[in-house]
Design a protein around this ligand. Structure first.
Ligand code: AMP
Ligand code: MG
Length: 535
């Protein structure tokens, strides 16, 4: 069988993480501290009736994998029921700062990596099963994931990829045939839910927390080995690890993290639980849990019920939190670097400047502007954010409609007022409250004037804007609809949604229903507006 049609049960796995780093072969999966180890080798726990629910065609093609049928050995692999000869499954040991406090050892409590496979271009990709059963890091939990949260992770990782946001990927969603007991809002209301396993894919799932646990446990050998492994495999362009290379590497982690955050802030994505154990060392969006998409533009919004008190991880906090997380990583890496404080502080500066430049560039592109008006543009962007919040604008709809309206706005048209009214009607959640729109009403004519300064033709400005302002994002209520349908055995909504989200910048006139404002019923509905951690 040729490599481009192999099923995953026939794929050859390599196991660099296990072979190059120190770990243990776990005698069992009882929860415990695992000092001295970067991982525990542990097998997934089989499930009752693994069946394929969803599959990422393009990712699979890139990995040279053929689509499996609903049941069979490939799906058994994707559920953790079949471990083939070349795999050395493991759970990684990591720690983390959760909600600002050091939480000690966490680790992969329900994720088990099978190893890496080679994609068609020869690059290496780790395959990790989330919800594959208990590991030594499961603490008091069951090692499982429910269909609802697995489907959310599956859909959103792929949607983010197609939007162009750095992210881990998802290959498959498999139903387990088992039920999982969950108290969705930690209020004593336990329910039986369907279980599922997502096969996630990334070059590596190493997090800031993998380094933090080594530093916190004074395991400097492991810390160095992990840093060297990360650099050799994932930052080879930096050269052989050395004092200087560690510093450059940290700079690069800071740069990539800044680019990721600039993306989040310009598409309206709220991660929801940016603990340091949920920060990828590659600057990828990782661990999709209680995430959400801004509907009314509100910097203080978070979907995460656990965070309703402090709103530490609300939309507008994300830039600051990533910086704080990078500072925690710097603290962990300081044992490897001489003059660490001074040297690693430079990385935090790289973060600040990259974030500010990337964010500014991306905002200009969203507005169809080139960098010709310096300070004036910065003020225009800043004031826009205030106007969007006042007007309760749907972020996605606003920019999409603005793109379409740009030619008319720039034309100095007599219909300006009508255009502005149309924009408010299409995108605001408080259409009838005219006093809310004062600042937007002042902003739009300023923007129109600024557009007229551009030397590029207005049609190409419009096209440029449409190529960076998505029409389709994974609105919270769309994910919830897909969940409800899938839960009752209907996968067609999920399939249509996946298809729509593959070309988020295309018009797709037949799919208007996925591009509308959030309906009223979804405003406060659990699963749409509110989500909890670790379900
Ligand atoms: P999260 O909030 O999903 O990032 O998870 C934080 C920590 O809790 C990680 O160490 C997870 O592996 C662990 N965890 C979350 N849910 C479960 C579960 N159902 N079973 C075992 N460990 C879990
Ligand atoms: Mg996590």
């Amino acid at each position: 069988m040729s490599t481009d049609t192999r099923q995953i049960d026939q794929a050859v796995f390599t196991n660099s993480f296990v072979e190059e780093l120190r770990g243990e072969i776990a005698a069992d999966n009882r929860p415990r501290q695992v000092p001295g180890c970067c991982y525990s080798q542990v097998a997934p726990t089989p499930v009752r009736d693994p069946h394929l629910l969803a599959w990422s065609e393009e990712l699979a093609a890139f990995l040279g994998l053929a689509k499996p049928s609903e049941r069979g050995p490939a799906v058994d692999v994707l559920a953790g029921n079949l471990v083939t000869d070349s795999m050395k499954p493991f759970a990684a040991r990591y720690g983390g700062h959760q909600f600002g406090s050091w939480a000690g050892q966490l680790g992969d409590g329900r994720a088990i990596s099978l190893g890496e496979i080679a994609a068609v271009d020869g690059s290496s990709w780790e395959i990790q099963l989330k919800g594959a059963g208990r590991t030594p890091y499961s603490r008091r939990a069951d090692g499982r994931a429910v269909l609802r949260s697995s489907l959310r992770e599956f859909l959103c990782s792929e949607a983010m990829h197609y939007l162009g946001v750095p992210t881990t990927r998802a290959l498959s969603l498999v139903g387990t045939g088992d039920t999982v007991i969950r108290d969705m809002f930690y209020d004593g209301n336990y329910q039986q839910e369907k279980g599922a396993v997502v096969a996630r894919v990334a070059p590596t799932f190493i997090r800031f927390g993998n380094f933090e646990i080594m530093a916190a446990s004074a395991e400097i050998d492991n810390l160095r080995a992990l840093a060297d492994y990360t650099i050799r495999h994932h930052y080879p362009e930096l050269g052989e690890p050395s004092n200087e290379v560690y510093v450059q590497w940290f700079n690069e982690v800071c740069r990539r993290t800044a680019v990721m955050i600039a993306h989040w802030m310009t598409v309206g994505f709220v991660h929801g639980v940016m603990n340091t154990d949920n920060m990828s060392i590659l600057g990828l969006t990782i661990d999709y849990g209680p995430y959400g998409w801004l509907e009314p533009y509100d910097p203080n919004w978070t979907p995460n019920t656990t965070d309703f008190g402090y709103r530490r991880y609300a939309f507008g906090q994300q830039p600051q939190i990533a910086l704080w997380n990078l500072a925690m990583l710097a603290g962990a890496l300081s044992a490897l670097v001489s003059d660490a404080e001074e040297e690693l502080r430079k990385g935090l500066e790289v973060y600040r400047s990259t974030l500010s430049n990337t964010f500014h560039e991306r905002m200009l592109r969203k507005l169809g502007l080139t960098a010709l008006a310096g300070e004036e543009d910065s003020a225009l962007i800043e004031d826009l954010h205030r106007s969007l919040a006042d007007s309760e604008m749907d972020m996605t709809l606003f920019f999409r409609h603005l793109s379409h309206a740009a030619p008319a706005l720039a034309a100095n048209s007599e219909n300006e007022e009508l255009l502005i009214r149309g924009l408010i009607e299409a995108a605001s959640y408080s259409v009838s409250k005219m006093d809310r729109h004062d600042s937007l009403l002042q902003w739009l004519p300023r923007y129109a004037q600024r557009l007229r300064k551009e030397s590029v033709g207005i049609e190409s400005i419009r096209e440029g804007m449409l190529s960076v302002n998505p029409k389709y994002v994974l609105r919270n209520y769309l994910a919830q609809r897909a969940i409800e349908a899938a839960d009752s055995g209907d996968l067609s909504y999920l399939q249509t949604l996946m298809k729509v989200l593959k070309t988020p910048y295309a018009e797709q006139p037949e799919q208007e229903e996925f591009a509308g404002k959030r309906p009223d019923w979804a405003r406060d509905k659990p699963g749409c507006a509110t989500l909890s951690c670790s379900s």
